[in-house]
Design a protein around this ligand. Structure first.
Ligand SMILES: Cc1cc2nc3c(=O)[nH]c(=O)nc-3n(C[C@H](O)[C@H](O)[C@H](O)COP(=O)(O)OP(=O)(O)OC[C@H]3O[C@@H](n4cnc5c(N)ncnc54)[C@H](O)[C@@H]3O)c2cc1C
Length: 463
């Protein structure tokens, strides 16, 4: 039976925390969500300024999971709009479609490069089916998927610039989960996997990966309208959401969590809890445990790193700026830029466009710490690209996401497994979501994980 005295405290009100909150309140549990920001949604939330929503991304909703699809469509009704995105990558003066299409590779690269790339691809594909390197990394995997030439051309420098380390330092799971493969490769690979299955050599991969599944949806305020409605639903069912509330300490005796401390409006507060669901970065949550856990765990927490994103938002006097909804660049301060009207966002005043440029960086980089520098760098690059002029710009704003991408560095799995085992051993705690499981996942998977964590927690607590 749900306990009505002490609440279950959910740390973080992104998609995972909100989904956990919806599940628990639906079942009658008393729930308090603690969220550091002044709004819900986390990475999928948006910032409202002068009638416009600037989103980190922006995000689209898509899933083939019947439960998540049903819950979100019921919550959103007509506000959910079907959507088609287009993505272009500017490279060697040409626009390439993403995921990389065979047709673009054949027709847009110089002929000698195409021949060289084709031979290299075949060589790596054939030899890769026979020999495997002693230590598999994202580099060895991408060379095998694409051959040396395409790997060097399209992936090596781009990945190094975006994530701050070269593919050779990434675990192979990064390339498996992040890099979509050309269709012909998928086809050839299926043939090979089929052959390997028959020989009993197939390798199983994890189910939780980031990929586009099902139809795409948006709203006229982007994804943030979905997360707002999830928050409203929790409150309507009696749940409590504390905004501007930064969790600082998890009181735990090594077997169960007793209370959470947080800061809000300069005050230190404490809630005794019946259980907790963490959706904060798993390494940060571990470092909040008091008294501190064993040194090996603390070492593993310190070994996990995230890549940050600075978002520069621009309201401009032009109704369409980009030739596609997203564009990727290799030689600019930002690696990706999106045109929010092309994602269905309502823009005010009419006839204007809202752009969001993403600069990937670390928190000690200048782009993270120096707003005028980040704005100027983006503006200069957009002008150089002839997409706009200085006079077109009405407003510019800077937003930051410190935990945008978990970095799947070689051997990160060992550290992560240690932290997951610790949280798993607690009688009344769960850790979940993109940050809480250090997993490259999309919103619908974060929601599913939130539901599942709520189910596991209540099953444990009610034992
Ligand atoms: C640039 C970008 C684009 C993306 N585009 C898409 C897309 O189009 N479609 C899609 O499905 N997915 C997309 N994703 C993935 C999606 O954003 C995530 O999978 C999802 O939002 C993760 O939700 P979460 O709740 O697990 O984590 P988060 O959203 O990170 O939520 C964690 C929450 O914890 C809060 N928090 C952190 N520390 C504290 C603290 N100490 N105290 C209290 N609160 C704290 C944070 O403020 C945050 O709200 C994108 C991701 C990025 C980075």
């Amino acid at each position: 039976m749900p306990n009505t005295t002490q609440p279950i405290v959910i740390l973080g009100a992104g998609c995972a925390g909100l989904a956990a909150g919806m599940r628990l309140t639906e079942r009658g549990y008393r729930v308090v969500l603690l969220e550091r920001a002044d709004h819900v949604g986390g990475l999928a939330g948006g910032v409202r300024i002068n009638g416009n929503t600037y989103e980190y991304g922006p995000h689209t909703f898509h899933t083939t999971d019947p439960e998540i699809l049903n819950d979100i469509t019921s919550l959103m009704g007509d506000a959910l709009i079907p959507y088609n995105r287009t993505i272009k990558i500017k490279f060697l003066g040409n626009y390439f479609k993403f995921p990389l299409a065979i047709r673009d590779v054949l027709f847009k690269l110089p002929i000698p490069t195409v021949i060289h790339a084709g031979l290299s691809f075949l060589w790596h594909f054939v030899t890769g089916s026979i020999w495997r390197p002693k230590v598999e990394t994202s580099e060895t995997l991408l060379r095998r998927y694409y051959g040396n030439v395409l790997y060097e051309l399209f992936f090596k420098t781009y990945i190094t610039a975006v994530w701050g380390i070269p593919p050779a330092e990434f675990s192979p799971s990064f390339a498996r989960e992040r890099i979509p493969r050309m269709n012909i490769l998928e086809f050839l690979d299926k043939l090979r996997t089929h052959a390997q299955n028959r020989l009993g050599r197939a390798v199983k991969t994890d189910g939780y990966v980031e990929k586009v599944e099902g139809n795409l949806y948006t709203t006229n305020q982007g994804f943030s309208l979905i997360t707002q409605r999830m928050g409203d639903e929790i409150i309507a069912r009696g749940g409590q959401i504390e905004l501007n509330a930064t969790a600082t300490r998890i009181e735990c005796d090594g077997a169960r969590v007793w209370a959470i401390e947080y800061e809000q409006a300069g005050e230190r507060k404490r809630i005794a809890c019946r259980g907790t669901i963490n959706t904060l970065p798993i390494n940060e949550a571990l470092l909040m445990i008091q008294p501190p856990p064993a040194d090996a765990l603390v070492g593993s927490a310190r070994a996990l790193r995230f890549r940050a994103l600075v978002f520069v938002g621009l309201l401009v006097r032009k109704d369409q700026v980009l030739p596609s909804s997203f564009m990727y660049f290799r030689q600019h301060s930002f690696n990706r830029i999106s045109d929010l009207a092309q994602f269905g966002f309502h823009i005010t005043p009419p006839g204007c466009a809202l752009l969001v440029a993403e600069i990937s960086c670390d928190v000690d980089d200048r782009a993270w710490n120096d707003e005028p520098f980040a704005k100027q760098a983006v503006l200069d690059d957009l002008i150089a690209e002839k997409l706009l002029t200085r006079d077109d710009v009405i407003e510019m704003h800077v937003f930051r996401a410190q935990h945008a991408y978990p970095i799947y560095k070689l051997h990160y799995e060992d550290h992560l497994a240690r932290l997951l085992a610790f949280f798993g051993s607690l009688a009344n705690a769960e850790t979940t979501g993109r940050q809480g499981r250090f997993a490259y996942i999309n919103t619908h998977i974060a929601m599913k994980m939130g539901y599942e964590a709520a189910d596991r927690l209540t099953a444990k607590m009610d034992q």
